[in-house]
Design a protein around this ligand. Structure first.
Ligand SMILES: *Cc1c(COP(=O)(O)O)cnc(C)c1O
Length: 425
């Protein structure tokens, strides 16, 4: 029986894990009085315990100082977003002046496309994943409509080959080349939300630029998950949300990246008073003095209460160290593969498999398990055994063991519960 050996291995790996204690810095949901096995950090990251105090401090400032809170305390509201930038820049491999926390993901994509999608002459088409997150499709469709064009003409979707579950890099690059001078924009996820496939962002960017297109990424499932080097990869722009792997709470302030090469050259950028240079902002002059860095994409004053959660969470990433997190992510992946293979060997007829590439450079934390006919019943059994995972019809269970707070034993428990389901069904 491999499962006892794997249980021991999980304990061993946990005891050697330098990040093991970080799980105690988070609140663990206990909807039924028992701590969950939480595998949905790809959907809503857990709450860092220190968030309560950080938000309370801002509330106290507001109570004690009113409007003067903008210039009081250790993190004055006036420049609050600045405190988040070093960590955000490190997470996406950017210069600090290339990133800013702001808005929501879908809003930010709209703002970015206002400047970076300018269909003209032959160059009108957008290339995206065929399994994009629906919001990204709606965003793209409405952008195209807004330019008085038709989505069915302008949007080209990438689909895996028949019988395959994820896209081949070569097929993406060929499609870019084939679209050539008709291609205005490539907009893809960094990591696909459904399959967990990590795209080869550098190669895609190079191929897009070669035909004269702009290349942007939706990093909803990539920020805080996989290594990113947006600046060196020469990516034009990117946006992300922070409630998934970045543990900043529901609807938390999102963020964006604009490559330095575009700073000062974004004529169609939509602006507000926070696009004005900070030192002149409160002069309230009729004519804008535009901030050319990524900060100039902000329109409005910063939502401080919810940035407080992000500040605390980003500090945890810095404390843990990105290299350590990536190492552990890969080790969690390998241990998951080992458990999955052991279970498939025990129950070869249950239709268990994965949509996600096995290559560690083509995936992040997430594995999208596919199940046989009993998939939904398995999912419900997992739920009743305190596993929090994510179900997608018709037969996908997404699990994302994240290195900041998941353990090797969490993975073992997940597969042991699955084993018990197969034994009893
Ligand atoms: C989670 C997610 C979104 C959600 O958009 P919001 O504007 O944050 O509500 C959009 N796109 C992708 C790819 C996502 O994974």
């Amino acid at each position: 029986m491999p499962t006892e050996a794997l249980r021991k291995k999980a304990q061993q790996l946990d005891s050697e894990d330098p990040l093991a204690d970080f799980r105690n810095r988070f609140e663990w949901p206990q909807p039924k009085g028992v701590p969950s096995i939480y595998f949905t950090g790809n959907s809503l990251g857990l709450m860092p315990k220190a968030v309560r105090k950080a938000i309370q401090e801002e509330l106290d400032l507001w109570a004690s100082f009113g409007v003067e809170g903008h210039f009081e305390g250790p993190h004055p509201w006036y420049s609050y977003h600045q405190d988040l930038k070093p960590a955000l820049a490190e997470l996406c491999g950017a210069m600090e002046e290339e990133v800013t926390p702001m808005g929501s993901l879908t809003q930010n994509l709209h703002f970015l496309l206002a400047n970076f999608y300018r269909p003209q002459g032959k160059r009108t088409k957008i290339l995206c994943e065929g399994s994009s997150f629906p919001s990204d499709f709606y965003m793209l469709d409405s952008q195209v409509r807004w330019h008085n064009r038709k989505a069915e003409h302008e949007i080209v979707e990438l689909h895996p080959r028949k019988g395959e579950t994820f896209l081949r890099t070569q097929d993406i690059l060929s499609q870019i080349e084939a679209l050539g001078e008709e291609l205005a924009l490539v907009l893809m996820g960094g990591v696909n939300y459904l399959t967990g496939q990590r795209f080869q962002m550098q190669e895609i960017t190079e191929a897009g630029h070669k035909v004269g297109a702009i290349v942007g990424f939706d990093l909803a499932h990539a920020m805080g998950n996989v290594p990113l080097m947006l600046h060196n990869w020469n990516v034009d722009f990117a946006a992300w949300c922070t409630y998934k792997y970045l543990n900043s709470g529901p609807g938390a302030t999102a963020g964006l990246f604009v490559h330095k090469k575009h700073h000062g050259n974004t004529p169609y950028r939509l602006e507000g008073w926070w696009s004005n240079k900070a030192n002149n902002r409160f002069k309230m002059e009729r004519k804008i003095d535009p901030e050319t860095s990524a900060d100039g994409w902000q329109l409005s004053n910063a939502p401080v209460m919810n940035m407080a959660a992000q500040r605390v969470s980003l500090a945890l990433f810095q404390e843990a160290g990105l290299d350590n997190l990536h190492k552990k992510r890969e080790a969690l992946n390998l241990f998951l593969f080992e458990n999955l293979e052991a279970l498939k060997a025990l129950f070869p007829n249950e239709g268990l498999g994965s949509l996600t590439p096995d290559d560690l450079n083509h995936r992040g934390c997430q594995t999208s398990l596919v199940c046989g006919e009993n998939g939904r019943a398995l999912f419900e059994f997992l739920e009743s055994n305190h596993v929090v995972a994510d179900w997608r019809w018709p037969n996908v269970i997404r699990v994302a063991p994240v290195p900041l707070y998941n353990s090797f034993s969490d993975i073992w428990s997940f597969f042991d519960i699955t084993r018990r389901f197969f034994v009893s069904s």
